[in-house]
Design a binder for this molecule. Structure first.
Ligand SMILES: Cc1ncc(COP(=O)(O)O)c(C=O)c1O
Length: 405
């Protein structure tokens, strides 16, 4: 039996919605992207959502919007995907990486606090695997009188906010909740990914959710960034085609990072099926948790607690008291049985590029330990009961063979 890691969810409704766009004669940014933006904003209950071609592009766009540049620092976890850091580097600023707590994938607020200095302009918390960070604690921190005084604004938007920006990397956490509120309502800005492996996809895609406090006008900041995302055009191409012909102006230094209607069509059709898709994903999450809870030597992921609810994006297991060699052997033996596992994540200081910038694994021992002992199981709505049983049987077999459980 073959079990791929994370194939996209494509059923007849998705195909029909994409076909509808193909047949409409309009395939790039247009009515479906607008529909997706309105739907996302309404669902999450924020004023505005901006659809782009990736979360990576969204993070960079919004850091630039906040005026982050050379000489500035942005705090990020060492335990994340590369683009949390590269978004900062592309602005010319310095990512200040913080280590995790021992045996916890969550952002360490204690370590964030230690990293804050006069050059800190933003913090990017990452909801790893769909599990939300402790946003209340983060806001308490950035609103602390001494840290507000330490904040040195050098840009209009920084002056307007008057404190460190919280920009959530919610690439994994669409639909997750914290204290009853959806991810997207929790930070000043939230960036969701709609990449092919995410709970909802547009093939490639990202959504910026605007939740800036007064005196910001989220509508206005959305509009300015939408223009930048389409090469600085005064009108988007769809408006141009519909309305008054060819004439346009370039009114800002733009980028080309817009989402296509073809991509938005996939996401819209999937959103229509959110309850069913999530229902099955979460059922599998509970099946895994139930079947694996008695195994010593592994730590299972959370799904919910008093204040948080995840979205089952990943099923991240930590193998306790083991070595990277044994973890890799487990992945390889499962592959021989037809099952693709994955690792989330190799921590950033373990990569050649980040080492060339001076980030060293020995300075982030907890993140490295997590990276070397993590495995992610396949989890997606199309998995059948038969596949889930086969996967669990195989995992139990390999864990005992390698004396890991
Ligand atoms: C934590 C995290 N941040 C950001 C991204 C980037 O998302 P995208 O591929 O939409 O740019 C990813 C991608 O998977 C991710 O895992």
């Amino acid at each position: 039996m073959k079990i791929p890691f994370s194939p996209p969810f494509i059923n007849d409704s998705v195909v029909q919605e994409v076909l509808d766009s193909l047949n409409s004669g309009w395939i790039t940014t247009g009515p479906k992207v607008s529909r997706l933006e309105n739907r996302m904003a309404h669902w999450i209950d924020v004023e505005k959502a901006l659809c782009l071609n990736s979360a990576s592009a969204g993070m960079q766009l919004m850091l630039e919007w906040f005026g982050v540049g050379p000489g500035d620092e942005v705090i990020i976890p060492a335990y994340t995907y590369a683009s949390t850091a590269t978004a900062v580097l592309h602005c010319g600023a310095i990512p200040v990486m913080v280590d995790a707590e021992p045996n916890s994938f969550e952002l360490s607020i204690k370590n964030v606090e230690k990293a804050i200095g006069p050059k800190t302009k933003a913090i990017i918390p990452v909801d790893i695997g769909g599990w939300p960070c402790d946003y209340d604690e983060l806001f308490q921190l950035v609103n602390r009188e001494d840290l507000r005084k330490l904040f040195t604004p050098q840009h209009l938007h920084q002056e307007k906010l008057g404190r460190i920006l919280i920009m959530a990397d919610a690439a994994h956490s669409i639909g997750s909740k914290y204290k009853g509120q959806a991810v997207g309502k929790l930070a000043d800005l939230t960036i969701i990914s709609l990449h092919a492996v995410k709970n909802i996809t547009s093939a490639e895609g990202g959504v910026v959710l605007f939740n800036l406090p007064a005196p910001f006008q989220n509508e206005e900041e959305y509009r300015k960034n939408k223009i930048i995302s389409q090469n600085g055009h005064s009108k988007n191409v769809h408006e141009k085609a519909l309305n008054d012909g060819w004439r346009y102006d370039i009114i800002a230094l733009g980028k080309k990072i817009n989402m296509t209607d073809l991509g938005a069509a996939i996401a819209l059709a999937q959103l229509d099926q959110w309850d069913e898709m999530q229902g099955r994903r979460i059922e599998i999450f509970h099946q895994y948790s139930h079947a694996l809870k008695a195994i010593d030597g592994i730590r299972l992921p959370h799904f919910s607690d008093d204040v948080r609810q995840g979205n089952g994006h990943l099923f991240m297991i930590q193998l306790l008291n083991t070595s990277i060699e044994k973890r890799d052997q487990l992945i390889s033996e499962m592959k021989d049985l037809g099952i693709a596992l994955n690792v989330h994540f190799v921590s950033l200081p373990q990569f050649t590029y980040f080492q060339s910038l001076g980030y060293l694994p020995e300075d982030f021992p907890n993140a490295v330990q997590l990276s070397n002992s993590e495995i992610s199981l396949p989890i997606y709505p199309q998995l059948t009961d038969e596949q889930v049983h086969f996967l669990l049987k195989s995992l139990n077999f390999v864990l005992s063979k390698l004396e890991l459980g």
